[in-house]
Design a protein around this ligand. Structure first.
Ligand code: T4K
Length: 386
C-alpha cells in the first residue's frame, strides 16, 4: 500500500507547481535532527538498546503525565498492542467491532482466534453505533472493540452501560486518539484497556510504536510480561508471550517528540479550522466531526463527497492525485469487504448500510503540522472549482 515512490509535484490550476513535491495525506512530524543526537549518544554510551531500558522507562513516565493516565505499557507498534490487550484479558469467542477502521482492528481478533462480529456505525461520528450493539450479542460474546475513529471519541458511556449489563470487556482501539480529552480527562481512561499507535502517520510518532493504557499496576505487569515472551524473571515464563517491546531509539525519539506535541496539535487545529471555514458552502461537501472547543487532536480531515457534488468521490480523489495531492479514502473498502471477512454473516452489506455509505463517500484531505496554508487553500480552491 505504500505510495511513497510516486513523485508528481503538486500543480496549481494555472499549471504552476504549488509545491515541488507531492503532497501526501500526512507527513510525519520530526524534531530537529541535531536535538536527537544527544539522545543517541546516551544510548551509545550505555549500550542498552532495548528490553525496558532507561529511555523506555522515561517515556512511560512522561506519557503518563502528558496524557493524564496512571499506567502505560509501550509497544513496538499499535497492532501488537491490540493483540496483546486481547491476550491480557483472555478474550475468546466473539467480539463486537466496527467494519469502518484500518484492517489491523479486526486482524488482531483473527490472530487471537476470535470471531469478529461487525456492527454498523453512527452516521454522525462514524464510530460504532451503541444502539446496534445489543442485537449482535450472543452467548459467545466476550468483549467490544470500538475505535475512536479519526480521534473522535466513541459514545463511551453508552458502550460501558452495555458492557456492564452483559458482563463484556471493552478494549478501545485508540490508534487515532493520542491526546484526545473529554470533559472528565483523557479519553484513554475509558474501557478496560486502550491501545494506541505511534506509527509514522500518527499525531505522535516514534517511527513505529504503540502502547496500552492500563487501569492498574497489576494489569500493566501482566502486559509487560506478555510483551516480553511471558518472562517474569530470568528463569520463569508464565505465558506464551510475544516480542512487543519498544526499542530505546524509538523511546528516545518519543521523549523528544513530546517537546513539540502541543505545537504540532495547535498547527493541526489551525489547518482543521481553515478547511472547515473555506469548505463551508461548497455544495455536496460535508466536513465530519467538528470538535468545537473540545480537546481534539485533528489527526485526520475527513470530508464526505455527496451526490450534489459534481464529481464522484473517486473522481475527486483521482483529480487531486493528478494535481499531486494524495488524499486517502480511509476507510474504504470496509474491513468486512476484505476476502477473509466476507464469509461472516455480520459482514453482509445489508447489515452495515451506514458504514457502506460512509466508505463510498469519505475522502481524507492532507493534514499535518508542516502543511503550508497556501497548499490547504489551493486544495480547497481545487475542490470548489469542479
Ligand atoms: N488501529 C487503527 C484504527 C489504525 O488506524 C491503525 C493503523 C492500527 C490499529 C495499527 O497501528 P500500527 O500497527 O500501524 O501502529 C497507514 C499506517 O500504516 C497505519 O499505521 C494506519 N493505521 C493507517 C490508517 O494508515 P497506509 O498503508 O495508508 O500508510 P502509507 O504508508 O500509505 O502512508 C500514508 C501517507 O503517509 C503516505 O502516502 C506518505 C506519508 N508517509 C508515510 C510513512 C509510512 C510519510 O510521509 N512517511 C512515512 O514514513 O497505512
Amino acid at each position: 500500500m505504500n505510495k511513497l515512490a510516486i513523485a508528481t509535484p503538486a500543480i496549481a490550476d494555472d499549471g504552476c507547481a504549488i509545491s515541488d513535491r507531492p503532497i501526501y495525506v500526512t507527513q510525519p512530524h520530526l524534531p530537529p535532527l541535531e536535538e536527537f543526537i544527544p539522545y543517541l549518544r546516551q544510548i551509545w554510551d550505555t549500550k542498552i538498546l532495548t528490553n525496558g531500558g532507561p529511555m523506555h522507562r522515561q517515556l512511560e513516565e512522561a506519557l503518563c503525565e502528558y496524557l493524564g493516565v496512571e499506567h502505560i505499557a509501550l509497544f513496538n507498534n499499535g497492532t501488537l498492542a491490540l493483540l496483546t490487550a486481547l491476550q491480557a484479558l483472555r478474550i475468546t469467542g466473539e467480539v463486537i467491532t466496527t467494519p469502518y477502521s484500518f484492517v489491523a482492528t479486526a486482524h488482531s481478533l483473527l490472530w487471537n482466534g476470535i470471531k469478529p462480529v461487525f456492527v454498523d456505525i453512527d452516521p454522525h461520528t462514524f464510530n460504532l453505533d451503541p444502539a446496534k450493539i445489543e442485537a449482535a450479542i450472543t452467548p459467545q460474546t466476550t468483549a467490544i472493540v470500538p475505535v475512536h475513529c479519526y480521534g473522535h471519541p466513541c459514545d463511551v458511556e453508552a458502550i460501558q452501560k452495555i458492557a456492564d449489563n452483559y458482563n463484556l470487556r471493552v478494549i478501545y482501539d485508540a490508534a487515532h486518539a493520542f491526546g484526545v480529552r473529554d470533559a472528565g480527562g483523557s479519553i484513554l481512561r475509558h474501557g478496560d484497556l486502550s491501545a494506541l499507535s505511534f506509527h509514522a502517520t500518527k499525531v505522535f510518532n516514534t517511527f513505529e510504536g504503540g502502547a496500552i493504557i492500563c487501569p492498574d499496576a497489576k494489569t500493566k505487569l501482566r502486559i509487560d510480561q506478555l510483551k516480553n515472551f511471558g518472562y517474569v524473571d530470568e528463569v520463569t515464563v508464565v505465558a506464551p508471550g510475544i516480542n512487543g517491546k519498544m526499542s530505546e531509539v524509538n523511546a528516545a525519539l518519543g521523549l523528544l517528540q513530546l517537546n513539540y506535541i502541543d505545537q504540532a496539535l495547535e498547527r493541526r487545529k489551525q489547518i482543521d479550522r481553515t478547511y472547515r471555514e473555506l469548505l463551508e458552502g461548497i455544495k455536496g461537501i460535508r466536513c465530519l466531526n467538528d470538535a468545537g472547543e473540545k480537546r481534539a487532536n485533528y489527526a485526520y480531515f475527513p470530508i464526505l463527497v455527496g451526490h450534489e457534488y459534481p464529481l464522484s468521490r473517486d473522481a475527486l480523489y483521482h483529480g487531486l492525485k493528478d494535481a499531486g495531492i494524495h488524499s486517502r479514502r480511509y476507510f474504504h473498502p470496509l474491513i468486512s469487504d476484505f476476502p477473509m471477512y466476507r464469509g461472516l454473516s455480520s459482514a453482509h452489506r445489508s447489515n452495515l448500510p451506514v458504514a457502506a455509505n460512509a466508505a463510498q463517500q469519505v475522502l481524507c484531505l492532507p493534514i499535518y503540522p508542516d502543511l503550508d496554508m497556501s497548499v490547504v487553500e489551493h486544495i480547497i480552491r481545487f475542490i470548489a472549482a469542479q
